[in-house]
Design a protein around this ligand. Structure first.
Ligand SMILES: NC(=O)c1ccc[n+]([C@@H]2O[C@H](COP(=O)([O-])OP(=O)(O)OC[C@H]3O[C@@H](n4cnc5c(N)ncnc54)[C@H](OP(=O)(O)O)[C@@H]3O)[C@@H](O)[C@H]2O)c1
Length: 325
C-alpha cells in the first residue's frame, strides 16, 4: 500500500484555506496537525478545520515524528528560518512564495535539502495547472516561433491594514508579494534568469514599494517587462511574443478549472484547457517527488533564479542603476 504523507501547517494563515481542501481530497495526503504561536489559537483552528493535532509553537510541530511534510505560510521574513528548521527535523517542506528574500538563503535551503535528504519546494500553484503546462508545451513546440518578449502584470488594491505586506522588515512590498508571479512566468518561459535588470518603484508611507515596474534582459536576447501593485484595480495578464505569433493569457496566475487563452498566429485561436482545482497540483507534485522520486516542477534552482532576480530589481530601484544578475 502506498504511504500516506502526513502534513502539518505552520501558522494559521488565510492562505491555508486554499491548501486544506486539496490536502483532504488527495488520497496520498492527510492533514494531521496545525501549529500556532498560541496554543489556544491552534486548538480553536484545529476544531474549526477538523485537524487531529494542535501545537502551541512551530517547533513543537516539527518535533512530532508523525509529521512528514510541513506547509510554511508565515510572513515572508520567516520562510527561511522555518524551512531550515523543518529540514533539520527531517520534514519535507512546501513553502509559500517568496521562498526567501536573499539568494544566499536559497543556497542554504539547497544545502539543507541535500544534507537532510528532504524535498523543499516553493508553492507556485499556477505552475502545476494544466493551462501553464499547455503554455509550456506550445513554447517548446515552437507554436509562436522564437520567444522575443514577455510582459506581465499582477495588480490589486491591498486593503488589509496591519498586514506584514506593508512592512519592509517582514519582506513586504508588491514586488515580493505578487511581482514574483509575472517575473517567475518570464523566467519559466525563457528557461533562465535574466542577465540584467532595471527597476522603478513607488513607495508607500511604510517604506515598501506599493507599485513596481521592472525590465529584464536575458542572455538569449529576450526582453521582459513586469508590473506589480498594491494600489491599482485588480488586473493580471501575461503576453509572450515570438517570431511567429503570441500567447495572450488573461488569467495566468489563478486559472480556473476551465480556462482559456489566445494563441495568435495569422488569426486568433482560442486554446481551452480543462484544469484541476488550482492548489491540488502543488500537493500532488510534492507527493510525486517524495513518494516516487519524480522531478519537481518548481525545483529550488528555479526558485533561486526568481529570488536572485527580484533582489536585483530591488537593488536597481534603490540605486537608480541597471543591475547585472
Ligand atoms: N500562493 C498563493 O496563492 C498565496 C496567496 C496568499 C498568500 N500567500 C503567501 O502565504 C504567506 C501567508 O500569507 P497570508 O496572507 O495568508 O498570511 P496571514 O493571513 O497574514 O497569516 C500569516 C500567519 O503567520 C503567522 N505569524 C507568525 N509570525 C507572525 C508575525 N510576526 N506577524 C503575523 N503573522 C505571523 C500567524 O499564525 P499564528 O498566529 O497562528 O502563529 C499568521 O496567521 C505569505 O508568504 C504569502 O506570500 C500565497
Amino acid at each position: 500500500m502506498e504511504k500516506i504523507l502526513r502534513w502539518g501547517l505552520l501558522g494559521t494563515a488565510r492562505i491555508n484555506r486554499s491548501l486544506i481542501p486539496p490536502l483532504r481530497s488527495s488520497r496520498r495526503n492527510q492533514l494531521a496537525a496545525v501549529a500556532s504561536r498560541s496554543l489556544e489559537k491552534a486548538q480553536e483552528y484545529a476544531r474549526e478545520w477538523r485537524i487531529p493535532s494542535a501545537y502551541g509553537s512551530y517547533q513543537a510541530l516539527l518535533d512530532d515524528p508523525k509529521i512528514d511534510v510541513v506547509y510554511i505560510s508565515l510572513p515572508n521574513h520567516l520562510h527561511v528560518e522555518w524551512a531550515l528548521k523543518a529540514a533539520e527535523a527531517g520534514k519535507h517542506v512546501l513553502c509559500e512564495k517568496p521562498i526567501a528574500l536573499r539568494t544566499e538563503d536559497v543556497d542554504a535551503m539547497l544545502a539543507a535539502s541535500k544534507t537532510h535528504n528532504v524535498h523543499i519546494a516553493e508553492a507556485f500553484m499556477y505552475r502545476h495547472h494544466a493551462q501553464t503546462l499547455k503554455v509550456q508545451e506550445l513554447l517548446e513546440t515552437g507554436a509562436i516561433g522564437e520567444l522575443q518578449t514577455a510582459q506581465g502584470s499582477f495588480l490589486f488594491k491591498l486593503n488589509r491594514p496591519g498586514s506584514y505586506r506593508w512592512e519592509p522588515d517582514q519582506g513586504g512590498g508588491s514586488l515580493w508579494d505578487v511581482g514574483c508571479y509575472p517575473l517567475g512566468y518570464a523566467i519559466m518561459a525563457v528557461g533562465a534568469a535574466p542577465v540584467e535588470v532595471m527597476g522603478w518603484q513607488r513607495i508607500a508611507p511604510s517604506g515598501i514599494d506599493h507599485t513596481f515596474f521592472g525590465q529584464m534582459r536575458f542572455a538569449n536576447g529576450v526582453l521582459a517587462q513586469i508590473q506589480s501593485s498594491f494600489a491599482l484595480p485588480s488586473f493580471s495578464n501575461m503576453e509572450l511574443r515570438g517570431t511567429e505569433g503570441a500567447l495572450l493569457i488573461p488569467d495566468p496566475f489563478t486559472p480556473s478549472q476551465r480556462s482559456q487563452f489566445i494563441l495568435q498566429r495569422e488569426k486568433n485561436h482560442k486554446v481551452r484547457v480543462k484544469g484541476s482545482e488550482l492548489y491540488l497540483g502543488e500537493v500532488e507534485n510534492m507527493s510525486d517527488v517524495i513518494l516516487n522520486g519524480a522531478p519537481a516542477r518548481v525545483p529550488l534552482e528555479e526558485s533561486r533564479r526568481i529570488v536572485q532576480s527580484l533582489a536585483a530589481l530591488h537593488r536597481s530601484a534603490e540605486t537608480g542603476q541597471p543591475v547585472k544578475v
